[in-house]
Write a protein that binds this ligand. Structure first.
Ligand SMILES: *[C@@H]1O[C@H](CO)[C@@H](O)[C@H](O)[C@H]1NC(C)=O
Ligand SMILES: *[C@@H]1O[C@H](CO)[C@@H](O)[C@H](O)[C@H]1NC(C)=O
Ligand SMILES: *[C@@H]1O[C@H](CO)[C@@H](O)[C@H](O)[C@H]1NC(C)=O
Ligand SMILES: *[C@@H]1O[C@H](CO)[C@@H](O)[C@H](O)[C@H]1NC(C)=O
Ligand SMILES: *[C@@H]1O[C@H](CO)[C@@H](O)[C@H](O)[C@H]1NC(C)=O
Ligand SMILES: *[C@@H]1O[C@H](CO)[C@@H](O)[C@H](O)[C@H]1NC(C)=O
Ligand SMILES: *[C@@H]1O[C@H](CO)[C@@H](O)[C@H](O)[C@H]1NC(C)=O
Ligand SMILES: *[C@@H]1O[C@H](CO)[C@@H](O)[C@H](O)[C@H]1NC(C)=O
Length: 364
């Protein structure tokens, strides 16, 4: 609805003056408010720093809590608890419509990381449901926080368990349960480099990924090792398991076909996928000759929520019920593209208000 309101407005107006979009930093806890906005080229995003000591630092989707080389940064903005007006600001002028990912660098690399507690922000990110959505970005940041807390908890339990460490590890008790959701099966170590999960694709008489799903943390690598026949691993969606994910310019990943001779004993070709979020990722084999592999249940998932209705079995059931019919209607996807730039944006309500204000302003 917002989209149609906006595009109608933009269609009627020959030009719209650049908007000023205000973002409150730390006004209520560790937050940017609003936390995700759509902005046009020329718009100015003004960050207002509230009490405490936050930053606006540019990162990347792949590494939400690390500075982007050459990216923008406000530096630390300490504000006294009793200061409520004349707040310091930092202004970003939007130069293009590519996503801009932002985090607070306070406590970086420690269990007290503001970013790890979810203090992240985005301009022109992907729509909800697309790989580079704000939801996925924030989930990655929270996963970073969980691993930092886990590392701090491990350090505090092996080091002197006595007095002085309480302040440094103040966040460990709160964040500890998150670790179990980040890594439950194959890997238990959560390190900066990430764990490696090997998945065998196909094999003589086997139309399956083995194992069919993995629980993986952000930065883990999934090594797909292709065995007999001629398979792919191609990203899809829960709703449409046998169609390549492709929405508004955001294309899912695709290994391409990996033919392996019937008598091959290896080495087998591999294709790697680096996990960027703890939210579920769905995939399938798009071989349809002589019959649909997906329709035969050859599907795969990263981090399916097994305790929910959207579990792996449910996903596979949808694939088998479709029997590859959706696939047959689809042209093969483009080759390996992990996450491309977003053309769709999530529009925060504040920016909508401002854009509408700008439209009204230019009518007067
Ligand atoms: C703000 O935070 C930074 C990084 O933790 C620190 O170096 C600086 O001293 C802090 N400033 C104030 C005034 O607390
Ligand atoms: C804030 O508190 C400090 C000392 O507690 C005081 O010096 C300063 O004037 C106060 N500032 C405001 C804006 O009230
Ligand atoms: C693509 O964007 C249009 C509006 O630009 C929207 O109506 C449509 O639902 C989007 N499609 C998907 C699959 O997100
Ligand atoms: C693998 O399968 C694809 C799609 O069916 C086909 O185009 C390609 O020729 C196959 N490659 C080999 C070596 O069989
Ligand atoms: C595979 O091995 C079998 C038995 O050794 C042989 O008959 C067949 O020709 C081999 N196929 C290929 C493609 O090498
Ligand atoms: C995939 O990752 C593994 C483990 O990190 C590495 O040994 C292998 O060379 C990688 N393969 C490709 C094709 O990058
Ligand atoms: C998993 O999916 C299956 C098939 O849809 C369903 O029967 C089952 O109840 C689901 N499990 C949970 C825990 O929701
Ligand atoms: C799936 O399609 C094939 C033909 O492509 C057909 O032989 C088979 O019976 C179908 N299976 C189901 C479960 O509909």
């Amino acid at each position: 609805m917002f989209f149609s309101t906006l595009s109608l407005g933009l269609a009627l107006m020959p030009f719209v003056s650049a908007a000023i979009i205000d973002i409150q930093v730390g006004a209520s806890g560790l937050t940017y408010s609003p936390d995700a906005i759509g902005a046009n080229v020329g718009d100015q995003v003004v960050f207002h720093f509230h009490a405490k000591n936050h930053t606006v630092t540019q990162s990347s989707f792949a590494d939400p809590c690390g500075p982007l080389a050459g990216g923008l940064s406000s530096g630390f903005m300490p504000v006294a608890a009793n200061q409520t007006d004349n707040l310091p600001t930092f202004t970003v002028t939007v130069k293009d419509t590519k996503p801009i990912w932002v985090y607070c660098a306070q406590g970086a690399g420690t269990a007290a990381s503001h970013c790890g507690a979810g203090m992240v922000f985005a301009i022109n990110c992907g729509q909800d449901g697309s790989p580079n959505s704000f939801t996925n970005f924030k989930a990655s940041a929270l996963a970073v926080g969980a691993s930092l807390s886990a590392a701090a908890a491990a350090a505090s339990s092996t080091a002197a368990p006595a007095a002085s460490s309480t302040a440094a590890y103040a966040y460990t008790t709160a964040a500890a349960p998150a670790v179990t959701t980040a890594a439950t099966t194959a890997s238990t170590t959560v390190s900066a480099a990430g764990a490696v999960h090997t998945v065998v694709v196909g094999g003589t008489g086997i139309l399956a990924f083995t194992p069919p799903f993995v629980a993986a943390a952000v930065q883990d690598t999934i090594v797909f090792e292709f065995h007999q026949k001629n398979h792919t691993v191609t990203q899809s969606s829960f709703a449409d398991p046998c169609s390549p994910l492709s929405a508004n310019g955001t294309v899912g990943f695709d290994s391409g076909f990996m033919p392996v001779g019937v008598n091959s004993t290896g080495p087998f070709p591999t294709w790697n996928y680096t996990v960027t979020a703890t939210t579920p990722v769905w995939a399938f084999c798009r071989q349809s000759t002589p019959s649909s592999h997906c329709g035969a249940g050859m599907v795969f998932a990263v981090n399916p929520v097994q305790t929910s209705a959207k579990n792996f079995t449910a996903f596979q059931n949808v694939a088998e019920a479709l029997n590859g019919t959706a696939l047959a209607a689809q042209a093969p996807a483009a080759t390996t593209t992990a996450v491309s730039g977003a053309s769709a944006v999530r529009i925060g309500s504040a920016s909508v208000t401002l854009l509408i204000a700008a439209l009204i302003g230019s009518l007067l």
